[in-house]
Design a protein around this ligand. Structure first.
Ligand SMILES: [Zn+2]
Length: 316
C-alpha cells in the first residue's frame, strides 16, 4: 500500500510518500505553514506538498492509495474535522478530510499529532515488532498515543491517551489544563526548566550556573544531560527527579492498561541515559510485580518524522 502522510506543524508542513506496511519512505516534501495567514493559504501549502508527492509517485509508477494527516489539537476522527489547532490561530472548525478528499479523490484520514507519532513508531520505529505499547512525546506538553493491536485506541469519545494529565500529586503545581499535579506540569519542557533554573543558579559548582543566571531561556534538557555526564550533580539530580516522576506516571499507566512497553520521543527524550535510567528504575519500583520483568522503556527512533510517518500509517 502506498500512502501520503502529512504533518501540519506550526512552522512547516512535512509530507512523505511511503509504504507503511513495510516501513519504507520514497520521498519527502516540505512547505512553510504560514500559520498566521488565512486557513486557505495553509491548505494551499498542504495541496502543494501532496501534488509534489503524487507527481513523484507517477514518475516511479507507484499508485497512491490514500492520504493521512496529523494535526496538533483536537480532531473528530470519524468526521475528519479539526477544531481550533493551537498553532494555527486562523483555524476554527475545519472539515479538512473532506476538503482534501474533494481535491484528490482519495481516502483521507485525520488524527491528532500525538496519536500519529505513536503510530509512526509502530510502523517505522521502535514499535515495529510490538502489538501493544504507549508512545510518549515529551515536549512543551506531554502527548501520548495508546497502541492496541497495532491500532490507535481512541476511547469512548475520541480523546484517549492524555497521559500528560495523569495526576502524580493531587496537591501539586498548577497545570495549564486547570488541574493540579499533572505529570505535564513537572516534565513539560518549560515547567521542567523553570524548576531547574534556580537550582543551577544557586550551585556554584555547576558548569551551567552562569548561563542559568544570565540567559536561562537558552538552557535545554540536552544541556542538563551534557552537564550531568560531565559530573554536574545538580543537573543529574534534576534529570533523575524528572525521570522518577515520569516513571510514576508510566507505572500507573502500565498497571491500568496491562501495557508494559513505552516508547519515548520528543525534545526531552534527548536528555538521554540519566533521564531514561530514572524512568526505568522508578517505574519498575512501582508497577505490580507481575509486570516488573516485562517493563520496557525505549527511546523513539523516528525523531521529527514520527508525525508524518504515523499519518501515512493511518490508512493501514
Ligand atoms: Zn493537566
Amino acid at each position: 500500500m502506498i500512502t501520503i502522510g502529512v504533518d501540519i506543524g506550526g512552522s512547516s508542513i512535512k509530507a512523505a510518500l511511503t509504504d507503511p506496511e513495510v516501513g519504507r519512505i520514497f520521498e519527502i516534501a516540505r512547505r512553510p505553514t504560514f500559520a498566521n495567514s488565512s486557513q486557505k493559504v495553509t491548505i494551499e501549502q498542504i495541496h502543494t506538498c501532496i501534488e509534489t508527492l503524487i507527481r513523484f509517485a507517477g514518475g516511479e509508477n507507484l499508485t497512491v492509495n490514500g492520504i493521512g494527516i496529523g494535526v496538533p489539537g483536537t480532531v473528530d476522527v470519524e468526521r475528519g474535522i479539526v477544531y481550533h489547532p493551537p498553532n494555527l490561530p486562523a483555524w476554527e472548525e475545519v472539515p479538512l478530510a473532506e476538503e482534501i478528499h474533494t481535491a484528490w479523490d482519495m481516502d483521507v484520514r485525520l488524527d491528532n499529532d500525538a496519536n500519529c507519532a505513536a503510530l509512526g513508531e509502530a510502523h517505522f520505529g521502535a514499535g515495529r515488532d510490538m502489538q501493544h505499547f504507549i508512545g510518549l512525546t515529551l515536549g512543551t506538553g506531554v502527548g501520548s498515543g495508546i497502541i492496541i493491536n497495532r491500532r490507535i485506541f481512541h476511547g469512548e469519545h475520541g480523546f484517549a491517551g492524555e497521559f500528560g494529565h495523569l495526576t502524580i500529586d493531587q496537591n501539586g503545581v498548577k497545570c495549564n489544563c486547570g488541574g493540579r499535579g499533572c505529570i505535564e506540569a513537572y516534565i513539560g519542557i518549560h515547567y521542567m526548566m523553570q524548576e531547574a533554573v534556580p537550582l543551577l543558579r544557586d550551585d556554584p559548582r555547576s558548569p551551567l550556573q552562569q548561563r542559568a543566571a544570565d540567559d536561562p531561556a537558552s538552557l535545554s534538557p540536552e544541556d542538563l544531560s551534557t552537564a550531568a555526564d560531565a559530573g554536574d550533580r545538580s543537573s543529574a539530580s534534576i534529570l533523575r527527579t524528572a525521570g522518577e516522576r515520569l516513571g510514576a506516571a508510566v507505572a500507573s499507566a502500565a498497571n491500568l492498561m496491562d501495557i508494559t512497553s513505552f516508547i519515548v520521543g520528543g525534545g526531552i527524550s534527548a536528555a538521554g541515559d540519566v533521564l531514561f535510567d530514572g524512568v526505568r528504575q522508578s517505574a519498575r519500583e512501582r508497577v505490580l510485580r507481575v509486570h516488573r520483568d516485562h517493563l520496557r522503556i525505549l527511546p523513539a527512533q523516528t525523531g521529527n518524522d514520527a508525525g508524518m510517518l504515523g499519518a501515512a500509517s493511518l490508512l493501514v
